[in-house]
Design a protein. Structure first.
Length: 398
């Protein structure tokens, strides 16, 4: 048994840890040594002293401890981190073989490495650490990645809001290798090159979690008039153009994203005459199009996270209902809506109920054709349902 500081839970608060959920909330803690520094390794036990797991302390966070091991004879050391990284990488080998140069190699809690994300874009690995747990294992993590990918550059984008909430300062920049270009392109499903902005883009530079859903848009796009909302760098729009859309309207408020979206059309040798790039607030644009009586064959709603925490969930539900009401009202009879929520607190059944209410408000009949979700490299650890965050619906409108 390792000798380390012990955190004791209040009576009856051990159930989730016994089920190997990695988060220990501060409200569940009965006793914690006062002199422990953030990033310290700790032993977590029940009120009667029974072992639960080993983890990393973050005293100022609501998630006070993130557990990395539930075995009393296992150490949180370089060997454990190396084994976790190797397992994560092996899971993605088939995806890479199928013509994908952009892959999430490590998906935080989904790969039992809490607060750690690593995305691979061609010969660049982009590291994003959002917690003290990730910060504490940063060095062995980098060593494991360098050993597996000796020819790759490693760039860090540890600048998320959740990192700041942990009391960690933002850290961005090149760790090793060469600086990335302003835009790099990664092949997706062997057909489309997606523009990625590692240094200044959202998250790690791109959104790999919508790979399957973008291909869904491709299958629905032939001859269609398409409205792609919150388009970012235009991934859905690129696939729609590749699928034979007659016209694609890409809408986003970001000028930088719009420039990258335009570059992506040119890089893929797609016809710019079949697309428009509209820099505007999406809610405002949807209302304008609704008032003008415009209709589309395919509408795509892929908004940013509306619910940052439990306190904001009710407001987020109103936002999702409003935007889906507008989106549904713009779909012509027989058309489709692809709608998404990336709010982890929004479960699938609640999102479906919100869309049903939105259809009533819009005065349309809608049918659920298929459910959509984060792609296979954004794995979900079964003990941690919060790692399943991206929900989507394909709706037929009549």
């Amino acid at each position: 048994m390792q000798h380390m500081p012990t955190i004791t839970l209040a009576p009856g608060r051990e159930k989730s840890a016994r089920r190997h959920h990695p988060w220990i909330f501060s409200k569940a803690v009965a006793d914690c040594p006062a002199d422990l520094k953030p990033g310290s390794q700790v032993r977590v036990c029940t009120a009667d002293g029974s072992f639960l797991g080993y983890g990393i302390l973050s005293p100022s966070s609501q998630i006070m401890v993130r557990l990395l091991s539930f075995k009393e004879n296992e150490s949180i050391d370089a060997a454990l981190i190396k084994a976790r990284v190797q397992q994560a990488v092996s899971l993605r080998s088939g995806l890479i073989a199928r013509g994908n140069d952009g892959v999430r190699l490590i998906a935080a809690e989904g790969d039992y490495l809490p607060g750690v994300i690593v995305d691979k874009y061609n010969d660049f690995l982009v590291l994003a650490i959002s917690s003290w747990a990730g910060e504490a294992i940063r060095q062995p993590l980098l060593e494991a990645l360098s050993a597996l990918y000796p020819d790759c550059s490693i760039y860090e984008r540890s600048d998320s809001k959740s990192r700041l909430k942990e009391g960690l300062e933002a850290r961005c920049g090149l760790i090793c290798g060469t600086e990335p270009a302003e835009i790099i392109y990664v092949k997706e499903n062997g057909l489309i090159y997606l523009p990625i902005d590692i240094r200044n883009g959202h998250k790690t530079g791109g959104y790999l979690d919508q790979r399957h859903s973008r291909y869904k848009a491709y299958t629905l796009a032939r001859g269609a008039r398409v409205l792609n909302c919150f388009c970012y760098t235009g991934g859905f729009g690129l696939w729609a153009l590749k699928g034979g859309a007659s016209r694609v309207e890409n809408v986003d408020v970001s000028a930088l994203a719009m420039n990258h979206a335009k570059a992506g059309v040119a890089y893929n040798h797609l016809d710019p005459g079949h697309c428009r790039f509209i820099r505007e607030d999406v809610f405002s644009y949807l209302r304008q199009q609704h008032e003008a009586g415009e209709k589309y064959d395919l509408v795509i709603l892929d908004p940013p996270k509306f619910a940052e925490n439990a306190a904001s969930l009710k407001k987020a539900c109103r936002g999702y209902q409003d935007i889906n009401r507008l989106g549904l009202s713009l779909v012509r009879p027989g058309g489709r809506l692809l709608t998404f929520s990336c709010s982890g607190l929004m479960d699938q059944s609640l999102f479906q109920k919100i869309c049903a209410d939105a259809a009533l408000d819009a005065g349309v009949n809608a049918q659920l054709i298929s459910t959509l979700r984060q792609d296979e490299d954004h794995v979900v650890a079964l003990p941690c349902p919060e790692s399943f965050y991206l929900k989507g619906l394909e709706l037929a409108v009549y």
